[in-house]
Design a binder for this molecule. Sequence first.
Ligand code: SAM
Length: 380
Amino acid sequence: MDDSLHRLSLENANDATTARSVPVTLSVRAHQEGSDAGGFVSRGIDDPAMPTEGPLVDRYSRVHDDLRISVTDRCNLRCVYCMPLEGMTFMARSELLTFEEIERVAGVAHRLGVTSIRLTGGEPLVRKGLTDLVARLSALGFEDLALTTNAMQLAALAAPLVSAGLKRVNISCDSLRADRYESIRRRGDLATVLEAMDVAERVGLSPIKVNVVLIRGSNDDEILDFAAFARETGRIVRFIEFMPLDAQGEWDRDQLVPGREVFEKIDAQWPLEPVANLQGPAPAEQFRFVDGVGRIGLISSVSQPFCGTCNRLRLTADGAIRNCLFSDDETTIRDIIRAGGTDSDIELQFRRAVWAKFPGHAINEPQFLRPARSMSMIGG
Ligand code: SAM
């Protein structure tokens, strides 16, 4: 483990519903001020100001109603900005949450006011039986149930997923040129992705969102091609800034293509206007083409962080709550469940994770240290 982390074992002393103690682990970056305001965590107790009822609110009044669930850290592709071509080690099957465990955690989250679930990974469609999980989650009654996928297996699964209750899909596609697609993603092919988009639309998953990670000198000459694609297809193309979450640790600020630059390039060709977000906080700033059909989104996590309105939590494939992509704070749920914890114990873990959240991700601060776990392990 990173030397800058210290791992604390706490007793679940404050949970009146259980007499026995259950494991609670929080890993905290020792150097990051504010991660343990008041020193409550280091003293092994909960901050008395932490709410014990109502929605999942943090110390900065942000309400958390969006949960990203990573169902696996495995992937069938090896995107250059995410995983090395060889040498990845993956979690053992026994480390992953089972579908029953995920369903239980999601049920608690639903009761705590989470309205939106996104399944991700790794590549979620490589986890066998994902349709069954979608059906279980759908039965819990979330307003939104979505999937982020590279779409390699989507054409075959789209119809069963929709029948099981899937409402929306985000498809990753970093190039519209077949040879370049293959050089960025290193496995898989563009034709399969484009076919999957057509199938997804036919079974009712419109409008599709298309995720494009832009990397300077690699695919940034396709900004206008992707804008034209958005105009022609009605698919919402979202340009994502390259984040320091690659497993290789090779991220470099010079490779970043700022959202502002993307906006200016497209706006000069086809004027854009902002779209008001009526569904609450979203990472993507959305714009529509003034002259008609089509939208784009900009996810400028590095150059223009949107932490002030962050409403997101992540559940890693091995069952830890992660309160920010860019922090190392993780609060185990799996160990609680496997030690026989109650739903109240799980709720307390959610509240602890939310209460420990930083005001912002600090990527642009000199003391920023990239998280120990990469995007595919956390669940992008
Ligand atoms: N395998 C699925 C996929 O390809 O969409 C879901 C998981 S993937 C980690 C989720 C999203 O994160 C994808 O859109 C991917 O392009 C993006 N991503 C992965 N690593 C990234 C990085 N270092 N910076 C920015 N986006 C990244």
